[in-house]
Design a protein around this ligand. Structure first.
Ligand SMILES: NC(=O)c1ccc[n+]([C@@H]2O[C@H](COP(=O)([O-])OP(=O)(O)OC[C@H]3O[C@@H](n4cnc5c(N)ncnc54)[C@H](O)[C@@H]3O)[C@@H](O)[C@H]2O)c1
Ligand SMILES: [Zn+2]
Ligand SMILES: [Zn+2]
Length: 379
């Protein structure tokens, strides 16, 4: 089969690799029809993780089941399915509580596994023609009959729509709240979209990229352009000097100042500044336990200088971590099926797998107009 293979920093190749196969009776084999490139792939692509060369990328996957293991009960050959990026067992202590991003079975010694992901188990990704799906009865979301027509919406259920929603859950967003979101990438836009779906009264999205901010405005959010570094003051002015009720971090450890220099503590401290006393902060942007290629000494050890005193005095609370996709994907699927949500609005490029190299280059450069790439292996 053809797949996108990581060779080294900023070096991926589309090449023939051995076909993915069923390994356990609980697996299914999926023929991938849509697979996305994610901001999380970029941390790996840039060589800022311990991703091993030779691994196949891709954790945002949708396709058709073509083979089922002998112990698979529910999922049938021919089903159109979307897989959460988390690979989870369904029976461990965390899965039982709905915390499938922290499964204790699928990545022994750690909590949480994913397809084609650094530090999240040995699993191959789905930026390929075929994908092996473990514990398939638990992990496959079987899609409604309009799966083909709405494929570009449903594929967002694999990660970024539930992840954006998770950010709002961690922050505690409820109807009537004001929300500030750092990052207008796909995840930040989905956090804004989820806040709007929940009935937030005011949603402010901070970024420096005009094309991404324009999408935030298109869904009814207020764009806060931080290209001169005045984002924090703008948010305070928009909230009568008090700060937003809730805040979401949708950038991660590679966040930058307005000059484009990485400042790993910037968004976290900006959230402490721009969320009101007793407000909630949800952090889905990725922070990693060690970052050997970081410029600053603290960051190399996975640490940031966090304004804990301000945070404490303001009585804020914070929630972090990988999204438990299965906690939300079924409900968000219904919103799509009923025409109440259309997350495909963020897609800028739909390309065949063969054009992945240029897609990675352009998305990594956050080149104007490259907001979200979906790849179609069958084309
Ligand atoms: N927790 C999870 O389950 C989960 C799931 C998916 C993605 N993620 C993470 O979410 C983050 C965002 O993903 P994405 O696909 O949207 O990535 P992306 O890289 O496309 O978008 C990030 C955006 O943040 C902006 N940005 C950089 N510095 C900023 C700052 N100081 N203030 C405001 N905006 C700033 C960039 O301009 C960019 O538009 C990544 O860290 C990704 O790994 C987490
Ligand atoms: Zn992703
Ligand atoms: Zn589990």
């Amino acid at each position: 089969m053809k797949a996108i293979v990581y060779k080294g920093p900023r070096d991926v190749v589309v090449k023939k690799v051995p076909d993915a196969k069923i390994k356990k009776a609980t697996d299914v084999l999926v023929k991938i029809t849509t697979t996305n490139i994610c901001g999380s792939d970029l941390h790996m692509y840039e060589g800022r993780t311990n991703m091993e060369p030779g691994r196949i990328f891709g954790h945002e996957n949708l396709g058709t089941v073509i083979e089922i293991g002998s112990a698979v009960d529910r999922v049938k050959r021919g089903d159109r399915v979307c897989m959460p990026f988390n690979i989870s067992c369904g029976f461990c202590e965390n899965c039982e509580r709905g915390l499938t991003g922290f499964c204790l079975t699928t990545n022994p010694g750690n909590a949480g596994a994913a397809y084609g992901f650094a530090g999240m188990g040995p699993y191959s990704g789905g930026q390929a023609e075929l994908l092996r799906v473990p514990y398939a009865d638990f992990n496959c979301l079987v899609l409604p009959p309009d799966a083909d027509e709405k494929e570009n919406d449903y594929v967002m259920l694999s990660d970024i729509f539930p992840t954006g929603y998770h950010a709002t859950e961690l922050a505690g967003v409820q109807a009537g709240d004001s929300v500030v979101i750092y990052g207008a990438g796909p995840v930040g836009l989905m956090a804004a979209y989820s806040s709007i779906i929940k009935g937030a009264s005011k949603v402010m999205v901070v970024d420096m990229h005009k094309d991404r901010l324009a999408l935030a405005e298109k869904i009814g959010a207020i764009a806060v352009n931080d290209s001169d570094g005045s984002g924090v003051e703008q948010v305070m002015a928009l909230t009568a000097g008090i700060g937003a009720d809730r805040g979401c971090e949708c950038v991660g450890y590679q966040c930058c100042d307005h000059k484009g220099h990485e400042v790993p503590n910037l968004t976290m401290n900006n959230l402490v500044k721009t969320v009101r006393p007793t407000g909630g902060i949800g952090v889905v942007g990725v922070f990693i336990p060690e970052d050997p290629h970081a410029k600053d000494k603290l960051a190399k050890q996975g640490r940031i200088a966090f304004d804990f005193g301000q945070f404490w005095i303001k009585g804020q609370h914070i929630g972090t971590g990988q999204a438990n996709v299965k906690a939300y994907n079924r409900k968000l699927c219904k919103l799509i099926a009923e025409g109440k949500a259309k997350p495909s609005f963020i897609i800028s490029h739909e390309l065949p797998l063969d054009r992945a190299v240029e897609a990675y280059e352009n998305f990594d450069a956050r080149k104007d107009g490259w907001t979200k790439v979906v790849l179609k292996p069958g084309h």
